[in-house]
Design a protein around this ligand. Structure first.
Ligand SMILES: [Zn+2]
Length: 171
């Protein structure tokens, strides 16, 4: 898709699903080639939505983060639900169903706790036959959770400690 078509698609999504958001058009949409395992990313500081594909669901999902300034919590869920209603109003029942399917998937996936994350890091470090590096361990675990390295390390501060404990327990 050409740049112009992508921007038209973005404008279309804004009009249909977020008619009251970002009236001053400060937010941009950019295609990215790699987002560290994620399909989309919402950069609130740069006011930019990055996406790997020109896919309505991915873009709507990310704009909901931009609007609510939050992760996959109640406010975000409510805004996604509203987008599904807009889709229905617009006669696009397919997108409405896609949004609701995704909300259901998020509701069913177990809550990730910090304890689970550290345990997983520790286990990998402990069980690896040859010594796996700290960086490789983090890379593996954060990809499993679909998080960028930056977000992952920002959220989980004791990853180094968990890794060290796993290595120590080997001996
Ligand atoms: Zn998200």
């Amino acid at each position: 898709m050409k740049y112009k078509e992508i921007q038209e698609m973005y404008q279309d999504i804004r009009w249909t699903y977020f008619p009251k958001w970002d009236k001053g058009c400060e937010w941009k949409l950019e295609l990215a080639e790699d987002l560290n395992g994620s399909q989309g990313f919402c950069d609130t500081q740069k006011k930019t939505i990055y996406t790997l594909y020109t896919n309505n669901l991915v873009i709507i999902h990310e704009i909901c983060h931009a609007v609510t300034k939050q992760g996959h919590n109640k406010r975000w869920t409510t805004r996604m639900e509203l987008a599904a209603k807009y889709a229905e109003k617009d006669g696009d029942s397919e997108i409405a169903a896609e949004i609701r399917d995704q909300l259901e998937a998020y509701a069913m996936s177990p809550k990730i706790t910090a304890k689970m994350v550290y345990q997983e890091i520790q286990d990998i470090a402990y069980m690896s036959s040859s010594d796996i590096s700290y960086d490789d361990t983090i890379e593996f675990v954060r990809r499993n959770y679909g998080m960028s390295e930056r977000d992952f390390l920002k959220k989980y501060k004791k990853t180094r400690q968990a890794y060290d404990e796993g290595i120590e327990n080997k001996f």
